[in-house]
Write a protein of this length. Structure first.
Length: 285
């Protein structure tokens, strides 16, 4: 559980790092299953519903940058998604009751690994209120060299930046002259987690080290935070409840919203969407 200081840090800064959340066994299981997916990706040459491939992926040298929706792909990911230690922390930050938003496993290969440009998750999935956050479970030590997550402290309380260019959603801050201001590096040991608020500006550089950087991202929201975009049926919505009972009364807060439409033609993962961004500053680092 988080201390009151850690909770206050999260609300003030819009992110937090928590060490030692997973056991060695849980970490070993996650790594084993993830290695199996990398092996399986040798058989495919184009991204699909499960695998998001780096442009230079091959059967001989598999380069996987994302496993999509991992909790639907393997029970080990689903078990960690429902991990009591993680859910208890999430409830401390967004109140009792938890709903699933999205899940993904981002992988940065050694000496490679795509960058992620500055963005706010909120731009991808606006909700009726912003009790929405992402937990990043570290499968490897996350260091400056292997492309740790970078956060802009306090940005969750600031503006929602435009993520559109020429009228198309490009999945990254597109405003000319944009500077994130002060940035903080999330340096975490394997088995620890990062947590960031959906409106916090964040990014990461390519991996310039000999070590992988694999980050399992679970996005959770409060039970009364309804997505503005997808219009789920009640059955679909109820199926996303992780803790608590589904209701039909969204809590509407005065939160800034820009709908992430229209999407570019190659809209898939954040990596594909950000390829449409003109100035890919993080990718050059
Ligand atoms: O993997 C990372 O470094 C950041 C990923 C991210 O922000 C995202 O996928 O939305």
């Amino acid at each position: 559980m988080l201390t009151s200081e850690q909770i206050a840090f999260y609300h003030e800064n819009g992110y937090i790092v928590v060490e030692d959340v997973l056991s060695d066994e849980e970490l070993a299981a996650l790594r084993r299953v993830t290695d199996e997916f990398v092996e399986r990706s040798r058989a495919i040459s184009e991204s699909d519903d499960v695998f998001d491939l780096e442009p230079n992926h091959s059967a001989e040298r598999p380069r996987l940058r994302r496993i999509k929706n991992p909790i639907m792909q393997h029970e080990v990911y689903d078990q960690i998604f429902r991990h009591d230690g993680i859910l208890n922390i999430v409830e401390q930050l967004i109140g009792p009751g938890v709903r699933r938003n999205t899940t993904k496993l981002n992988m940065k290969e050694p000496d490679h690994g795509s960058a992620v440009e500055w963005h706010q998750d909120w731009a991808f999935y606006p909700h009726t209120n912003d009790d929405v956050l992402a937990v990043g479970v570290c499968l490897d030590d996350m260091t400056e060299e292997n492309g740790c997550m970078l956060m802009a402290p306090g940005s969750h309380k600031g503006k929602l930046y435009s993520h559109h260019e020429h009228g198309v959603f490009v999945g990254a801050v597109s405003e000319p002259g944009f500077e994130p201001g002060e940035t903080a590096k999330c340096l975490v040991k394997a088995g620890g987690i990062t947590i960031h608020h959906a409106r916090t500006l964040h990014a990461s550089t390519p991996n310039h080290s000999a070590n992988p950087r694999r980050l399992l991202l679970f996005e959770y929201c409060s039970l009364d935070s309804w997505p503005l975009m997808t219009g789920p049926t009640f059955e679909e919505y109820s199926a996303t409840v992780v803790r608590g009972e589904p209701g039909v009364a969204p809590r509407q807060e005065a939160v800034p919203v820009i709908i992430p439409l229209p999407k570019p033609e190659n809209a898939g993962s954040i990596f594909e969407i950000q390829e449409s961004l003109k100035n890919r500053e993080m990718a050059r680092r």
